[in-house]
Design a protein around this ligand. Sequence first.
Ligand code: C2O
Ligand code: CU
Ligand code: CU
Length: 483
Amino acid sequence: MNYDFKYHLSRRGFLAAATGLAVYASLRPVVASVDERSIKVAPSQARLTGQDGPATAVWTYNGALPGPALRLRQGQPVRITVENGLDEDTTVHWHGIRLPNAMDGVPGLTQSPIKPGESFVYEFTPPDAGTFWYHPHADSLVQLGRGLAGPLIVDEREPVAVDRDLLWLLQDWRLTKDRQIAGGFGSMMDASMSGRVGNMVTINGQAPKDQSVRAGERVRFRLANASLARMMALRFEGHRPVVLAIDGQPCEPHEPEGGRLVLAPAMRIDVAIDMQGDPGSGHDVIDDFYDGLAYRLTTLAYDKPPPLRAHPLQAPLALPRNPLPAPDLPNAVRQEIVLQGGMMGGGKLAGVGGMMGMSGMMGMTMPGMNGAAAWAINGMSMTGDGHAGMAPQFTLERGATCHLTMRNETAWWHPMHVHGFSLSVLSRNGSPVPHRQWQDTALLAPKDVIECAFVADNPGDWMLHCHVADHQMSGLMTVFRVT
Ligand code: C2O
Ligand code: CU
Ligand code: CU
């Protein structure tokens, strides 16, 4: 059975059938012309609970929720025209892609915002294959919260030996009883505690239905958490997922600790799962990140046909590495980022199930009130979204290795995201991090200290912020410069 061929067919055969150009396309040299795409940002409606469910007013890319999956080729230039059909400014940030600073989509810092009715052309060449995503970086809390997010997949040069390649873009919604997006964005409660965690999770824009699988097949799942604030820890009951890549960057294939895939906002994890269940059986996928609030996300539902193959696929799991520059640790420049602020007594989920203990409220002025800062980095609160005049916290010479320590002095979890680079994660609380992990979004538990390193090979002013949108807006954001 030639799995490779089948996989090829499912992905590329479709285009061939549709256009009749496949032979021509496959004979062309790889250094190809510019791939042209266009995206229109506009209000629309979505039926989150299925075709007979109520319509929810959302904001979309090309009318779709989530936005269309941009499937790009490693090393091929792309030009994406973004047209703004909203009543407010927007931008698009290509999360995790290493690209020129002017294409990074941060209003005020890397470009002027795209005004209503105007367009902006983004041009870059993705250097890395992997799972990425795109989202606005203007009025982020509201725009992301109203649905603006889409997957961006950069394919490996050679197809990977799996039977199927499935994407789950996870979004968390705070809906009212009549299934509309609740107002109250940026409340003090959300800002200074766990962020705006919602009450409904969708997979690819839909309340999850069962995921049908075939016994014996190997599936690559690309898991992406595009939520504003909800942390997730997914367990595939009865299965042993193997982590292939984190934040788009291949790592040494390994089983996650305790079988839990911890996926904070903005993080992606690629896993391979050999479907070893019995035909006709069902196995739940559980998210148990928050204590006492575990829920069933979906169920792997095995089709009736007999297994596709008698033994799991023997093909190697390791993905080809991306061309990341190797940090020069002995000569590294040291920088430290200290996360401060928030309510005391964190860790619980406020506003949904858990209620904050009173002790957290006592004896403190209310952070985050009236749009004020709730958080700080190294004593400084940069609030809102991208804007002009954001002074860099530190400056690196181009080509230098930066050894960055991130110290979480708060009582809350923070997925810290760096623009323009991928971080080699060296240690957590003094213990080395195994499996050669590179991440653009590193999750810090309360009081965690993470050490990481990267080569400052890309000039410009780059953002570094918590990806819990409320936290970013209320001060957990900074900028550094590469000259
Ligand atoms: Cu995904 Cu600054 O963001
Ligand atoms: Cu980013
Ligand atoms: Cu945070």
